[in-house]
Design a protein around this ligand. Structure first.
Ligand SMILES: Cc1cc2nc3c(=O)[nH]c(=O)nc-3n(C[C@H](O)[C@H](O)[C@H](O)COP(=O)(O)OP(=O)(O)OC[C@H]3O[C@@H](n4cnc5c(N)ncnc54)[C@H](O)[C@@H]3O)c2cc1C
Length: 422
């Protein structure tokens, strides 16, 4: 008799786990509470699904923010290249774009789900849609000396026994897609520790009014630095965007993954270097050139070519130079004040936006109690975890979906074949 595997959640990790388990001879059923599989996949990569990143694996690991070592084994078992091959074998051509980001050639995220549907169908996986798992039932006292997962209970009052159960319920981000944190409760019920859960890859709120007045302005090629006292928590170069609540954009999303934990304790000081390619001396030279021949113009008029227009409107709030002060009246100290501001425009980050706007959830099932090779729980037999429900997360670029696929593949494979090395 083949092994019966129950997969809770039909997202990226769940579909992959079901595929891998069925390919290895298990009888697999997916339970998905939505009306369709992979609801979140449709909105990934702005509808194009950046499903993996083609970087060599050592570079790939650099982009994993939490618990990268936990990923070594599953990424070796099922790599970014394996994911491309999987899609190509299921009729979906793929392409690599800037930053090694990989997409379906069609630019349609739906193609990724389509590939899974066809692979699952070919392997006779049973798909139960609109079926919500309420509880994972486990037997407390067993011959093995540890609890054992035995069946699933559903919200419609029914239940079903399985030999192995894989939890792939995702995190808490974008809850409208079905990820409402159910897996954390299942894990807790079975004695697993849940590491502090918080939104990540998420915009940030700021205190100062002037930042909000810059709403709509995008800055390219700037450096954002976030500090806690003297300690630099994050510093990188790229693009950011001002919004009605604070800041967003690629640089800010990445920053949120590194500062979110500390931000829960206290607000953090941040600064933007608007001219990272130039030193203070070079900027003084530039200012001198701008002033030459324009001494009678106001200072703010003279510097208008050095900054975006909307920024000029907030500068008088940040500098002691008056609006009508002429360029030749501005003292050297005040000029230094301006140059210092260009190099370090200061503001305070108060908090992250919520889960509704977060691309991923940081924290989750403590990986210390999950076997990194098999994804099986170390404290409950026959129970496996895969995907965002685990305390593993990465930056943007296709890494998070690959984490879901690799952990899903490992969980499905070992749920079906068992771990012979144990
Ligand atoms: C807007 C947005 C864009 C993104 N873009 C990218 C991208 O381009 N590249 C990338 O790598 N990552 C991207 N991500 C992140 C990526 O989508 C997730 O990391 C990934 O989907 C996690 O997969 P998962 O299977 O673990 O969880 P999910 O995809 O969230 O799937 C979990 C599934 O479990 C189901 N479920 C939950 N509880 C139950 C229950 N009790 N019973 C039955 N079913 C249940 C849910 O309905 C859901 O379908 C993006 C995320 C967002 C929000």
């Amino acid at each position: 008799m083949s092994i019966r595997v129950g997969v809770v959640g039909g997202g990226a990790a769940g579909m992959m786990a079901a595929y891998a388990a069925s390919k290895n001879g298990a009888r697999v059923t997916i339970y998905e509470k939505n009306e369709k599989l992979g609801k979140k996949i449709y909105i990934t990569g702005k509808g194009r699904c950046n499903f993996t990143n083609a970087a060599p694996l050592d570079e790939f690991y650099e982009n994993i923010v939490s618990n990268k070592k936990f990923m070594y084994s599953s990424l070796n078992l099922f790599s970014n290249e394996d994911m491309r091959v999987f899609l190509e074998e299921n009729g979906i051509r793929t392409k690599v774009e800037r930053g090694n980001r990989v997409f379906p050639e069609s630019d349609h995220a739906s193609d990724v789900t389509l590939a899974f549907k066809s692979a699952l169908q070919m392997n006779d996986v049973k798909i139960n849609l609109k079926k919500e798992v309420k509880e994972v039932v486990f037997r407390e006292f067993t011959d093995e000396g540890m609890p054992r997962a035995e069946k699933l209970k559903f919200t419609d009052g029914t239940e079903k026994a399985f030999d192995r159960i894989i939890i792939c319920t995702g995190g808490l981000s974008y809850p409208a897609t079905g990820s409402t944190g159910d897996g954390y409760s299942f894990a807790k019920q079975t004695g697993h520790k849940i590491k502090d859960i918080r939104p990540a890859l998420v915009p940030l709120e700021t205190k100062e009014e002037y930042v909000k007045k810059l709403q709509g302005l995008t800055l390219k090629n700037v450096t954002l630095t976030v500090k806690d006292g003297d300690k630099v928590l994050y510093s990188d170069f790229g693009e950011l965007l001002f919004t009605h609540f604070g800041i967003s954009g690629p640089l800010v999303l990445s920053a949120s993954s590194y500062i979110g934990k500390r931000l829960r304790e206290n607000p953090l000081q941040a600064e933007i270097d608007l001219k990272p390619a130039l030193t203070e001396e070079q900027l003084h030279e530039r200012l001198k050139r701008e002033i030459e021949g324009n001494e009678k113009k106001t200072f703010y008029n003279v510097i208008s070519s050095m900054l975006p227009k909307s920024m000029l409107t907030v500068l008088p709030e940040l500098l002691s130079i008056k609006k009508d002060e002429r360029a030749n009246q501005v003292s050297n100290e005040k000029k230094q004040e301006f140059i210092s501001l260009l190099k370090a425009m200061p503001f305070t980050i108060t908090k992250t936006r919520g889960f509704r706007e977060a691309i991923i959830t940081q924290g989750g099932v403590d990986v210390k109690s999950v076997n990194p090779k098999t994804m099986e729980s170390k404290i409950v037999k026959n129970l496996y975890f895969a995907g965002e429900v685990l305390d593993v997360d990465a930056l943007t670029g296709g890494y998070n979906l690959q984490i879901a696929f690799s952990t899903g593949y490992a969980a499905g494979t070992y749920a079906a074949i068992g771990d012979k090395d144990k």
